[in-house]
Design a protein around this ligand. Structure first.
Ligand code: C2E
Ligand code: MG
Ligand code: MG
Ligand code: MG
Length: 290
């Protein structure tokens, strides 16, 4: 709003607004530097099937600020989107995730893992987005069939036809798609018919009270029934308790992501935790404890 008011109206800014603007500008310039200084890092969170088997991971961005520690993407992705910094950052994420995927492929124990990468609306709508993803895949040598792009409903808000054609171009390369945060956006169910999606990701806000709130339980059941009839795979995010996992499992959701199954971790720790899981023989069927 301050921006809309024009550059010459600075005299109307009160000290609080002034402060907010200054801290935003400071954040922007720090973020601009972050990429160059190598302060960005990917964490990986395991995705687990009903047998407790880890079949992949979601790449989640972190910013390691020397003076402030680890910064959550919630604190800088929105600004990165507004300023366009998400474009170089998104490119770096894609390159880094694809390189990691390739590294997994070269190791017997991790060969079959898949990688899910978040793509923001602005990134997706870049004219050369398809070429960029293709270039990341080629540079890394990673198998496109193991790469899944997570889109949010905001991607579909503009130019649905172009979105479909772009998704189809990527699908032709072997890449698959998940609709992230499903049910929270400005969604219209009609896009489920329109878009060549492979997976729906049930948002964690529905999962949280799934075992106690009948509305959330009903919404999740509806999403599961719908996905089944549309032939879409479903994954639940934000699974924190065994109770939630059991409810999901009993209602036909067999793939999970959440603190119960594993937190997002840097790659060094991630490998160790995956091995631990295997050593502990935690490959138990639906309903029992992981
Ligand atoms: P998201 O893609 O929906 O990712 C899931 C978020 O839930 C992650 O937050 C993850 O750490 C968190 N989470 C995982 N398990 C649990 C759980 O059991 N309970 C709870 N309460 N939360 C859990 P994170 O890492 O802070 O990322 C937040 C959002 O930032 C992501 O939401 C995604 O929209 C965005 N983001 C992260 N990395 C990237 C990226 O590389 N590119 C873009 N464009 N966006 C990203
Ligand atoms: Mg995601
Ligand atoms: Mg999500
Ligand atoms: Mg989200």
């Amino acid at each position: 709003q301050a921006k809309d008011a024009g550059r010459n109206t600075a005299r109307f800014f009160n000290p609080t607004m002034q402060k907010a603007i200054e801290s935003r500008m400071a954040l922007e310039s720090a973020l601009r530097q972050a990429l160059l200084k190598g302060e960005l890092q990917l964490f990986y969170q395991p995705q687990i099937d009903q047998h407790g088997h880890c079949f992949g991971a979601e790449a989640l961005l972190r910013w390691r600020r020397p003076d402030r520690g680890l910064v959550s993407p919630m604190e800088f992705i929105p600004l990165a989107e507004e300023t366009g910094l998400i474009l170089p950052i998104g490119q770096w994420v894609m390159d880094t995730a694809c390189a990691q995927l390739k590294a997994w492929e070269s190791d017997e124990r991790t060969r079959s893992l898949r990688m899910a990468v978040n793509v923001s609306a602005r990134q997706f709508h870049q004219p050369d987005f398809v070429a960029q993803v293709q270039a990341s895949l080629e540079r890394s040598g990673a198998n496109p069939r193991r790469l899944k792009l997570e889109l949010t409903e905001s991607v579909v808000l503009e130019n649905a036809e172009q979105v479909v054609s772009r998704m189809n171009q990527l699908k032709a390369l072997g890449v698959s798609f998940s609709m992230d945060d499903f049910g929270t956006g400005y969604s219209s169910l009609s896009y489920l018919k329109l878009l060549p999606l492979d997976q729906l990701k049930i948002d964690k806000s529905f999962v949280r009270d799934i075992a106690t709130d009948p509305s959330d339980a009903a919404i999740v059941r509806a999403i599961l029934a719908m996905s089944q009839s549309l032939g879409l795979e479903v994954i639940a995010e934000g699974v924190e308790t065994e109770e939630q996992r059991r409810f999901l499992c009993e209602n036909g959701c067999h793939v999970f992501q959440g603190y119960l199954l594993g937190r997002p971790r840097p790659i060094e720790e991630w490998a160790a935790s995956a091995e631990q899981r295997e050593d502990a023989g935690q490959t138990t069927p639906c309903g029992s404890r992981l």
